[in-house]
Every structure is written in C-alpha cells, then in structure tokens.
Design a protein. Structure first.
Length: 211
C-alpha cells in the first residue's frame, strides 16, 4: 500500500472513530507512514483530524392520506320488509274487465316523504300517496309481473320488492258475443258489439201495384 492510500485510509479511520479517540502517526522500518490509535510504546506524533462535512437531515413530507368520504346513513332509508300481499304468487285472476286489486306492505310503514310506486312488467302502473293499495283496470290477458318500490320525494327509488307473477284470464270479445249475442240496441254500447259490426237495416219499400 503506497503512502497516498495509507493517508486516505487514515482519513476514513478518523471519520469512523469516535470523537474522543486519538490518532497517532509514526514511520515504520520501511519508511512508510503509519496511522494508528494505539501507539504501543513507539515514538509517535499526534494527528489532529480535519473537520468533517456534515449535512442536515432532509425532512421528508409524507403525503397525507385522503380523508374518507362521508358515509351515508342508509338505516333511515332501509325497510326490513317490502312485499306485495295481493295477488298471491302465481295467482290466476279471472276478470273480463281486466281489473286487479294490488296490496303492498312494508316494515316499518312508509317514512315521511316516501311513497309506494307499483310497476307492472317494468313500467309504472300506479303511485300511492300514503296508501297501500292499487286498483288496476283493463289488464291484457296473459302473464304479468308486479314489483313495488319505495321512492323519495324526488321520485328516486330507495328500495324494491321481489317480483310477483300473476296470470290474467279474460274472455275474448268473440267469446262474449257467442255467450251473449249482440242485439240491435247493444251495438255501440257493449265492447264486444262495435258499431262497425252492426248489420245494415233493410229499408221498407212500399208496394206499388203494377198497372
């Protein structure tokens, strides 16, 4: 190791040693300059280390975690039960006029500002202002599906019931006419007896004797 390397090593040693340690220097038999903190009875010289470079610690700023979004108190909008009481599941309704009474219920009852909205086959079929019954008219024959919603004062749905399926049975107009044939005064009055189907009346032609 040459002299420059030894000096560099001594400088590193001076930085690594505690501030209270003393550094000494002497020349060995080969004429090399040696640095040590243990003189060992040799003729040594005290070495004063130069000032060390110090840099202040850089203060790091950790990004603040975003504040959690305010939670919405859904308890005040929640109904433990919302269902259709009537008609019964998969019920068959026989009504030639296609009429149906629908009853709904919820637990708890409707809260202030809430209303029931009835859907049939996905379309709004009725709106109850505080009531729990809907009267539907002229429902087409076939299978239909009912659902009741609870909506707020802005008409936004808050909760929906399970769907309820029912079947509407109605006799056709042709069947009604077969059971109760149309009479002269029935045309334009009974739905199954439209005016366009009214037979034309025969005009009485006076008899003129041939002369």
């Amino acid at each position: 190791m040459n002299v420059s390397h030894r000096i560099f090593a001594a400088a590193l040693l001076a930085c690594a040693l505690p501030a209270v340690a003393e550094i000494y220097s002497y020349t060995d038999e080969q004429g090399n300059r040696v640095f040590t903190d243990r003189p060992g009875g040799r003729a040594v010289e005290s070495v004063k280390p130069g000032p060390t470079n110090r840099m202040p610690a850089v203060e790091t700023h950790r990004p603040q975690a975003p504040e959690p979004a305010p939670t919405v108190d859904t308890a005040k909008h929640h109904y433990s039960l919302l269902e259709i009481l009537a008609p019964q599941p998969d019920a068959t309704i026989r009504d030639n006029a296609g009429g149906l009474l629908v009853k709904v219920a919820s637990t708890p009852g409707l809260l202030p500002g809430h209303r029931y909205r009835l859907l049939m086959d996905g379309y709004a079929a009725g709106l109850a202002d505080g009531g729990s019954q809907f009267v539907l008219q002229n429902i087409d024959r076939g299978t239909h599906q009912l659902t009741v919603e609870v909506i707020d004062e802005n008409g936004q749905p808050l909760q929906s019931s399970l769907p309820r399926t029912f079947h509407m049975m109605r006799t056709s107009l042709a069947q009604r006419r077969m059971v109760n044939p149309c009479k002269k005064d029935d045309y334009g009055v009974r739905p199954e007896c439209p005016l366009k189907d009214k037979p034309k009346e025969k005009k009485d032609i006076p008899f003129v004797p041939f002369l």
